[in-house]
Ligand binder design. Structure first.
Ligand code: AHR
Length: 503
């Protein structure tokens, strides 16, 4: 093993953008055991009187998850929201063709809003623009956000919620470009549907923001032209365009897998360009920003999911068990999102509990998967303003092009007086010694240094061994003569925090 060198350069006044805290959001779909057994399990030992699991709420609060997208995902394109309100005993069970399961609707809109309060998360609610349309969009926002005196607002009050839910952020459908989507549309068809749904929803409540569907992933054959067409149709009625990306180490090629964030970076840059192209075409002043509302590693469970019988209730579905290398990529993807904080205002780690999730549950407990650590640490320590950085580091060749061995982001928080570095060392063999001139942060000293690494890239956490892969406090960094010196071990996720020395 050699010790390699890199340098990060910053200027205190050269900023990318303030971080919108919604970049640390997540996602709960009616899928597998995300809702049932994940956040809701009446009778489970940690469940409260409403059947909400306190153990998962504790982990969600620990990660300071600011917002949760709900109720889908592919599920939403066949969902009738009225099924999920009113007396539970009268709610219908329905098949969900997206995931070939049965949804009982025992947990619905009011239960989700109640859970959101307890978990201290804001809702991001998705409407069905697959098998439904404008009228339904009008009805659901009337139900949620109108105070009283109309059919749906009074129905909400009758169902127990006197005050409006006041949901501020709405997804106009989900992955409508995907042929797998119920009610799949062409770009022109979807663009019109999103424009009309967005228009009527903003007529009912002008204070809301809307997210239109971009491509389901950058490899879609219609990618780019889809975005351009949707934006041309719906620009005035939307605030954000969505992006989704999942990666997997299917060929067991860890360097390529860890380079997936290079692909994500390209995807973001392309979508920003398309948004700005349509802005110019339309002579618009207002920018459309990005909502990366599904991102994660997803592949471990693909084969097992093929064995699940159809039309059962909340099976073990999409239950990826994450290892160390997955955590490194999740860290790198989080860093990539933060480096685009000027345009990526919303991002949702997909998903939150049990289904491709940082948190797993059984009937007896809840535990942190490996990917929980970079997500939680970024969310809790990455508030503030992203600084522009120039990084001098070697790259390696990957299937996505040149990938830097060190992926990093630097965030200053002038209010709390902290300077935080998040970094992934993708070199599987060699440690890196990284320096950063911090003379502009006079008097700042190291206050925290956290490390996630290990010999075995495939090591996982389980209920029996929940702490096999976890972040630990180390002393691999120091400030000397105005220079921050950091040691990033081979294959690692690192957090380095500075603050003024106590007076
Ligand atoms: O998160 C799992 C699924 O991935 C979502 O339902 C869908 O939107 C995406 O394809």
């Amino acid at each position: 093993m050699a010790i390699k060198k890199a340098r990060i350069s910053i200027d205190r006044d050269i900023e990318i953008s303030k971080v919108d805290e919604r970049i640390y959001s997540s996602f709960i779909e009616h899928l597998g055991r995300a809702v049932y057994e994940g956040i809701y399990q009446p009778g489970q030992k940690s469940a409260d009187a409403d059947g909400l699991r306190q153990d998962t709420i504790d982990l969600i609060r620990e990660a300071r998850v600011p917002m949760v997208r709900y109720p889908g995902g592919n599920f939403v394109s066949g969902f009738l929201w009225e099924d999920s309100v009113g007396p539970v005993s009268e709610r219908p069970s329905r098949i969900d063709p997206a995931w070939m399961v049965v949804e009982t609707n025992e947990f619905g809109l009011h239960e989700f809003m109640n859970w959101s309060k307890k978990a201290d998360v804001k809702p991001m609610y998705a409407i069905n623009l697959g098998t439904r349309g404008t009228l339904d969009a009008r009805n659901v926002i009337e139900y949620c956000n109108v105070k009283q005196g109309s059919y749906y607002s009074d129905l909400r009050r009758k169902n127990g919620a006197e005050e409006p839910f006041d949901i501020k952020l709405w997804c106009l459908g989900n992955e409508m470009d995907g042929p797998w989507q119920m009610g799949h549309k062409t770009a022109a068809e979807y663009g019109r549907a999103a424009a009309e749904a967005g228009r009527i929803m903003k007529m009912v409540d002008p204070s809301i923001e809307t997210v239109a569907c971009g491509s389901a992933f950058s490899g879609m054959p219609t990618f780019a032209s889809w975005e351009a067409t949707v934006l041309q149709e719906a620009y005035d009625q939307i605030d954000y365009l969505s992006l989704h990306s999942y990666y997997g180490n299917r060929d067991d090629n860890t360097p390529d897998f860890l380079a997936s964030s290079v692909d994500m970076d390209e995807f973001i840059k392309s979508v920003v360009s398309i948004c700005d192209y349509v802005k110019a075409l339309k002579r618009e002043k207002r920018e459309i920003n990005l909502s990366f509302d599904e991102w994660n590693v997803w592949y471990h469970s693909n084969e097992a999911d093929k064995q699940i019988p159809h039309w059962v209730k909340h099976p073990h579905q999409l239950e990826d068990i994450y290892n160390l290398e997955d955590a490194l990529l999740v860290g790198s993807m989080m860093i990539t999102l933060l480096r685009h904080a000027d345009r990526v205002k919303i991002a949702c780690l997909a998903q939150l509990v049990n289904v491709i999730a940082p948190i797993m549950t059984s009937d007896t407990g809840a535990w942190r998967q490996t990917i929980y650590y970079p997500y939680m640490q970024a969310s809790t320590m990455g508030r503030g303003t992203v600084l522009n950085t120039a990084v001098k580091v070697d790259c390696y060749e990957s299937k996505y092009g040149d990938a830097p061995f060190i992926d990093s982001v630097v965030i200053k928080d002038e209010e709390r007086e902290t300077l935080t570095v998040f970094a992934v060392n993708k070199d599987l063999e060699n440690d890196y010694e990284v320096t950063m001139d911090v003379r502009q942060f006079e008097g700042y000293q190291l206050v925290e240094n956290l490390l996630l690494t290990g010999e075995d890239l495939k090591a996982v956490n389980t209920e029996e061994d929940p702490d096999r892969v976890k972040s630990v406090a180390v002393s691999n960094a120091c400030v000397e003569d105005g220079s921050l010196k950091m040691r990033f071990p081979a294959r690692s996720w690192n957090v380095v925090r500075l603050a003024p020395a106590a007076k």
